[in-house]
Every structure is written in C-alpha cells, then in structure tokens.
Design a protein around this ligand. Sequence first.
Ligand code: GRF
Length: 197
Amino acid sequence: MGKQLVVLVSGSGSNLQALLDHDELGGAIGRVVADRPDAGGLDRARSRGVEAVSVAPGDHPDRPAWEATLGEAVAEAAPDLVVLAGFMRILSPAFVHRWPLMNVHPSLLPAFPGARAVTDALRWGVKVSGCTVHFVDEEVDHGPIVAQEAVPVHDEDTPETLHARIQAVEHRLLPHCVALYCRDRLSIDGRHVRILP
Ligand code: GRF
C-alpha cells in the first residue's frame, strides 16, 4: 500500500502542485493544511479533490494552542510523512518528533537558513546557490539532507529571478525525494541520509 502524505503550505503552493502532478509519487496526499486561509495551495489542493484546511495562528489564543489544532488537523489524516512545501512557521520539538517531516529550502544548506535565504544569498554575492530537501529536526533548516542541487547566480539577478530559477529545480527535486521516501529507499543514520538501491 502507498504511503499517506500530509502537505503543509503557507504560500502559492507551487511545490504542492509539483507533488500533485507527479505521476509516480508512490503515496497519496490525504490532506493539505495551511497556516492562512488565503494560501494558494488550498485552492490547488481542492481543485484536485484533496481535502484542504486552514489553521491560522490568529484564531488561537497562543502558539501552543495553534500548534495543538495544527497537530489534530495533521493527525486526522494519519500521515506516514509530513511534507513542508513552503510552510513558513517554526514547529516545536514535540511536533517535529511526532511524524517524519521533509522540508524544501531555497539555498544550499547550511548556507543561508531562514526565511530570507534567496535575498541573503544575493547579498552575500555567491555565484552558486540552489535548493535543499532535508528531514526536519529541532533546529531551523538543519536536519539530515536528502538531496541538493546547485543553481547558478547571475550578475543581473533579483530575488525574484533567482528564486524562480531555484523553484524550477525544487519542483523536480522535492517530488523525487518524496517518491524515494514512499518507496522506503531513504535510510537515515545520524546526519547522513543514504539512498538505497
Ligand atoms: C519555496 O521556494 C521553498 O523553498 C520555500 O518556500 C517556497 C514556497 O513556494 N521554503 P511555493 O509556495 O511552493 O510556491
């Protein structure tokens, strides 16, 4: 039987779209959860018949209450893997230990963690950036790396043009990594992720 997936989104959901469009993911996206009701990913999910719900921090008295509701929304779909596809909030250690989580980040980690990775890379003057797919641990943009791919930085790049070039790679790399997970082909040993034959 295929794996059950839950995808968390905050933004446009183009990475979610890449997952939805992938023919051989080896798993089913049972639910999409956003932290804001206007996240584009919610519509993308619904238009493909995938249940999509929003759990907004503003509707909760505090962070723990928000995360508890988020956890319920995820748990109801009983995922084998939770995919963070542009989910822009930090999750507590308790949450990240509840399920395996996979994140996509628009830099070659450990360079440029955080929410402004593309701008930070441009400001630094790097000639190469890229994207990283990694498992999530207690620290931000820190867990064991599944795959990375480099993307050239051009002199005339703006954050928008560089991010678009990186996202084109993300849309291939994230589904590839999720598909490997769904086929039980990822083995984690400390910081090292091995791809099994
Ligand atoms: C991606 O570039 C991802 O690396 C970052 O947020 C962006 C989300 O884009 N974490 P989208 O919502 O998938 O279009």
